[in-house]
Design a protein around this ligand. Structure first.
Ligand SMILES: [Zn+2]
Length: 160
């Protein structure tokens, strides 16, 4: 019993050293993604399929290789361009798909963006409508931005 306790204590000390004593015990799921789950790798980014597909045929995630919470505008632009390029292939089966702002992100501390098709029968349809998103139209080659509840609001007559 004493030996076991000693062992556990040693283990705990080691852990504290590795984590620097500041982080919670739970490791970041994006940092832990195995190489087999990575669909493509770039200089600063990795592409993976999301763990939960939420009823979509395709649902992707582009994330920074490092555990960084915020990025400068140039890097964000680079990530969006890359994701748009990737998405045009992965979402070629559909007319429109979107890149979502991380308002509902489950991993807010590691910069990433999720993209999926806009299947109205998907499980997260209601959440999609509440999420600011950039919509890419494959056929027309256009980009548009949509904001929460915009789709559900009736058109208002222009008072002017
Ligand atoms: Zn991370």
């Amino acid at each position: 019993m004493e030996i076991l306790e000693l062992h556990l204590e040693k283990h705990a000390v080691l852990r504290t050293n590795i984590d620097g004593g500041t982080h919670a015990a739970e490791p970041c799921p994006l940092c832990r993604i195995s190489q087999e789950e990575v669909l493509a790798e770039f200089q600063r980014w990795k592409l993976a399929r999301t763990k939960t597909m939420k009823g979509h045929r395709e649902r992707l995630m582009l994330f920074h290789k490092d555990h960084i919470k915020t990025l400068d505008e140039g890097s964000i632009g680079e990530a969006y361009l890359l994701l748009m390029k990737i998405g045009s292939k992965f979402f070629s089966y559909t007319d429109k798909w979107a890149i979502f702002e991380p308002v509902y992100a489950t991993v807010p501390d590691h910069w990433h963006r999720v993209a999926s098709d806009l299947d109205r029968n998907a499980d997260d349809d209601a959440q999609i409508l509440k999420t600011p998103r950039m919509i890419i139209d494959n056929h027309q080659g256009t980009l548009s931005r949509a904001y929460p509840d915009h789709d559900s609001v009736d058109p208002v007559e222009d008072p002017s």
